[in-house]
Design a protein around this ligand. Structure first.
Ligand SMILES: Nc1ncnc2c1ncn2[C@@H]1O[C@H](COP(=O)(O)OP(=O)(O)O)[C@@H](O)[C@H]1O
Ligand SMILES: [Mg+2]
Length: 477
């Protein structure tokens, strides 16, 4: 059995054997270099009998391979194979008796440090972890199930962390240094990475990884987590099938992209879909999908391709639907124009605090296109382009929920009129378990788009919109 295979077969053991080994290895380095107090690291050193061995093996590896470790003519696989073979040979010569599991563990830990993302590697492999936050070399936090945890993992030194950052950003042809101290990149698996280094980050390099969801949430998962109800899903499915132009709104991390992905799944399989994103997050199940991704400028500051350019290009690609991951700037104008000129059923997200706020932000973003349109014309564009806004909020109990399904009705005077079709009931209060007991329900208002859906043969269950109620019926804003 080749080493690589062997390592894979021991993956399970690895994850069970957990944190201790890697962080201990790091603390020995730190102790050696005198960068942390001896007492703090000494207690950890004694917990892993393999630490000394790993250190010896690492030194031997650098001795044997030297500059070949940075040989760019070797492919990643060749390099990995070489490193694993050398490490296996080194570990075999060790006088310390080792079980085969221990031997594999030592080799993998060292290979992670030398070739991969060091102490982050195992969090990248752990599907429960959704985000990884590295605050300088000694502090690594992860998010699991929406909650932050501090880990005991750490980088050997600031230089070690910088090496990992360099490895990540150079893979996408970028670099991080004093002249460009902030950079966005992407790991080969699609995870998004942001790095910012001193002097901008005061206490050392900071790396933030939002992991690519290998198994994205489906509508049922979101129902299970209390994000919305079955009735809401049915309404939203009808909106998407009925080709309404929809906008998902909410703050950062409220689940906009996740919901956009869920909504996109409702698009029939026989339509041509063009998706446009800053970095690919959407995971479409349909066959006929063209994915476009914007590009930042290169190190010389050239070659940038903005979302806006891609939206314009997409219009020439005979799309049935255009999905823009997030509208942030001047592309808002192109997106609205597309929606107004027959590209119905387009979907996007906007960062906003309320549905009303989303309209205001869209107005500002349209102005960023630099066309100098009168306010009223901009609002008319917005009012006629958009049909429905789905707003998300993150609650104090950690849950993310849809709080509004709002119809964009039209204009009243100079104002875009909105009307909540579904709204969250905040009056239910907090339960004993700390979770909000409220839920999303119909306001009793039948939206104008219900007729359009009916015309298209998209049917909704009787009572979807509830019964008109004297209190809620007046909720026109
Ligand atoms: N409805 C939800 N319930 C719980 N967690 C969610 C939900 N939607 C998204 N998440 C998690 O929240 C994080 C941010 O989600 P994302 O969709 O990227 O947010 P946004 O696009 O608003 O910044 C992800 O880790 C995701 O797994
Ligand atoms: Mg997003």
């Amino acid at each position: 059995m080749r080493l690589g295979e062997k390592l894979r077969t021991t993956d399970v053991d690895r994850s069970n054997q957990t944190r201790a080994a890697e962080s201990d290895l790091a603390s020995v380095h730190l102790a050696k270099r005198g960068t942390v107090s001896e007492s703090a690291s000494a207690s950890k050193v004694t917990t892993d009998p393999l630490v000394e061995l790993k250190l010896r093996a690492q030194e031997a590896l650098f001795g044997r391979l030297g500059a070949r470790l940075y040989d760019s003519s070797l492919s990643d696989e060749q390099l990995r194979d070489t490193v694993l073979e050398e490490l296996a040979a080194i570990v075999r010569q060790e006088p310390t008796p080792l079980t085969s599991v221990e031997r594999a563990q030592v080799v993998t830990d060292l290979a992670d440090d030398v070739l991969g993302y060091g102490p982050m590697q195992r969090f990248l492999a752990d599907h429960d972890v959704t985000e990884i936050m590295v605050n300088g070399c000694e502090d690594i936090y992860v998010e699991r199930r929406g909650r932050l945890h501090r880990t005991t993992a750490r980088f050997v030194s600031e230089a070690h962390l910088r090496r990992v950052i360099d490895r990540i950003v150079s893979q996408v042809g970028r670099r991080v240094d004093e002249s460009s101290p902030m950079v966005d990149a992407r790991l080969p698996d699609g995870s998004r990475v942001n790095a910012i280094i001193p002097p901008l980050s005061v206490d050392g390099p900071v790396l933030t990884v939002r992991k690519f969801a290998h198994d994205p949430y489906h509508a049922d998962d979101l129902i299970g987590m209390g994000t919305f109800t079955h009735e809401t899903v049915e309404l939203l499915r009808a909106c998407v099938r009925g080709r309404l132009n929809a906008l998902v709104t909410g703050g950062t991390g409220t689940g906009k992209t996740t919901l956009l992905n869920v909504l996109s799944a409702f698009i029939p399989d026989d339509e041509r879909i063009v998706t446009i994103e800053d970095s690919v997050e959407l995971q479409m199940n349909q066959h006929h999908v063209v994915r476009l991704e914007s590009r930042p400028a290169n190190v010389e500051g050239r070659g940038a391709v903005a979302i806006r350019d891609l939206v314009r290009n997409a219009l020439r690609m005979r799309p049935d639907r255009i999905i823009v991951g997030e509208v942030r700037g001047g592309e808002a104008l192109d997106m609205l124009q597309a929606m107004n000129t027959g590209h119905d059923g387009s979907l996007s997200t906007v960062h906003a605090n309320t549905p009303r706020d989303a309209i205001a932000r869209l107005e500002t973003m349209v102005l960023m296109a630099g066309m100098d349109l009168p306010d009223r014309a901009v609002r008319e564009q917005i009012a006629s382009a958009l049909d429905v806004i789905v707003h998300l909020s993150r609650f104090r109990d950690g849950s993310r929920r849809v709080t509004h399904v709002t119809e964009v009705v039209g204009m009243e005077g100079a104002v875009v009129t909105l009307q909540d079709v579904f709204a969250f009931d905040y009056t239910a209060g907090i339960g004993d378990d700390g979770r909000h007991r409220g839920s999303l329900g119909p306001t009793g208002i039948r939206p104008a788009f219900a007729d359009r859906l009916a015309d298209l043969g998209v049917t909704l269950a009787a009572g979807t919109f509830g019964t008109p109620d004297i209190l809620t019926a007046g909720r026109r804003r």
